[in-house]
Design a protein around this ligand. Structure first.
Ligand SMILES: *[C@@H]1O[C@H](CO)[C@@H](O)[C@H](O)[C@H]1NC(C)=O
Ligand SMILES: *[C@@H]1O[C@H](CO)[C@@H](O)[C@H](O)[C@H]1NC(C)=O
Ligand SMILES: *[C@@H]1O[C@H](CO)[C@@H](O)[C@H](O)[C@H]1NC(C)=O
Ligand SMILES: *[C@@H]1O[C@H](CO)[C@@H](O)[C@H](O)[C@H]1NC(C)=O
Length: 293
């Protein structure tokens, strides 16, 4: 009754379905349930701490079966316990210790996920390392190899192995990039390059994998993870102060700010969104500063 009240002139009652300008109202009503991930299997790399931890916690609250993975078993156990408590169904998450630079570990991560949940609906490539390297640093190439190996090569390798599973579910892939790929600064050349390559990977994969799999990037700004908040490294302290000062919204991001964006991109609300980059940075990338003294 109230629907007819809201749509007085245009609504047509046709059997049990109400149409609005030919768009089924049921599609509108479904949005109320779009963040309900009950029955979904969700794999988030680097989910034992930081942003990844926030992402698995939110997905667990939203009903999903999640995988908690990282390199540190103590951290995995701690996050897994919290995730279980947050689940409306008290679902125990799958725990997998994995080093993403090892191809055996990537295979194991997928095998265990399929064994536990039978499928993968959402893959979030979140794990990564930061860098403050410059081209003329003495050991720059060492930093470069490490950063590219973890932030880029491991993501490509996991995607390569995971896509056949995501094809079965018409799943979705989300790349956690960084505003460092959009707004250059003079520190972290290797990191910015790896993330920029990741952004292009999103676009090319969206072309290759449509119409079955949606692929999107999410670029966080300065997010107050434990390691970022607690760092006493002078350059990080400076970066932290500047990010707070420069961001139009005058605060740091929380892992939850990023998790909300991931939940949106993974949800049916984003079912016409692929190959794009969702920037969640409080506006910082427009006022980044570039040169860090
Ligand atoms: C989410 O969906 C499931 C069924 O798919 C349903 O049982 C559950 O009540 C829903 N949760 C909420 C909070 O609406
Ligand atoms: C694992 O994490 C715990 C808690 O953060 C920390 O105390 C420990 O040193 C870490 N272990 C390794 C091997 O990094
Ligand atoms: C994962 O499964 C594949 C295919 O079933 C198998 O060939 C491979 O040995 C397994 N790898 C691991 C590390 O469990
Ligand atoms: C997957 O998507 C394709 C293309 O849109 C569609 O034809 C197919 O029915 C979908 N499969 C599932 C399992 O949703």
């Amino acid at each position: 009754m109230y629907l007819l009240y809201l749509l007085p002139l245009i609504a047509i009652v046709n059997g049990n379905t109400i149409y609005f300008n030919d768009y089924p109202i049921d599609d509108y009503l479904e949005v109320k349930q779009s963040r309900n991930f009950t029955g979904k299997s969700i794999l988030v790399t680097g989910s034992s701490s930081g942003i990844g931890e926030g992402i698995v916690k939110l997905f667990s609250i939203l009903g999903a079966q999640v995988v908690v993975t990282g390199r540190n078993v103590t951290e995995i156990d701690k996050v897994a316990k919290e995730v279980e408590e947050l689940s409306p169904y008290h679902l125990k998450p799958l725990k997998v210790r994995a080093d993403l630079t090892k191809s055996d570990d990537l295979q194991l991560l997928l095998n265990e996920t399929i064994k536990a949940y039978g499928k993968i609906d959402v893959l979030v490539n979140n794990a990564g390392v930061g860098s403050m390297s410059q081209l003329m640093d003495k050991d720059f190439m060492k930093s470069y190899d490490n950063v590219v190996n973890i932030d880029l090569r491991a993501v490509v390798a996991l995607n390569h192995l995971a896509v056949p599973y995501l094809m079965e579910t018409n799943g979705s892939i989300i790349h956690i990039s960084s505003i460092a790929s959009l707004a250059p600064n003079n520190l972290g050349l290797d990191y910015a390059m790896a993330k920029a390559a990741m952004d292009m990977m999103t676009k090319v994969m969206a072309l290759e994998l449509g119409p079955y799999i949606r692929v999107n990037t999410l670029s966080p700004g300065a997010i107050l993870t434990d390691s970022f908040r607690d760092s006493k490294v002078p350059i990080i302290v400076k970066l932290r102060e500047r990010a707070l000062h420069n961001a139009p919204l005058k605060r740091f991001g929380e892992p939850l700010d990023i998790a909300k964006g991931v939940a949106f991109l993974a949800s049916t609300d984003a079912q016409f969104i692929t190959g794009t980059d969702l920037v969640i940075d409080g506006g910082l990338s427009w006022n980044y500063g570039g040169i860090i003294e």
